[in-house]
Write a protein of this length. Structure first.
Length: 75
């Protein structure tokens, strides 16, 4: 994800920590994972913190992270 490289280093570390937790426990309720609708149908959202999300898709047992950012990534 190109957006990841543009994020502040401290936030990149927060994202990396959340992804590590996700790998161990994808059903952790703190992620608030939910299916998206409309133009993003087929994708899911994962909460990093109160204001930032990762949009991803599930494909054959793999997770592909496609976008990261605030709520504007839904537009």
């Amino acid at each position: 994800m190109r957006q990841f490289k543009k994020l502040p280093t401290a936030f990149q570390e927060e994202v990396n920590e959340r992804v590590k937790i996700f790998k161990k426990d994808e059903n952790n309720p703190t992620f608030k994972i939910h299916k998206l609708h409309g133009d993003l149908s087929g994708f899911y959202s994962l909460s990093i913190n109160y204001s930032h999300r990762i949009i991803f898709e599930k494909t054959k047992g793999f997770y592909i992270f496609t976008e990261i950012g605030d709520h504007d990534i839904y537009k």
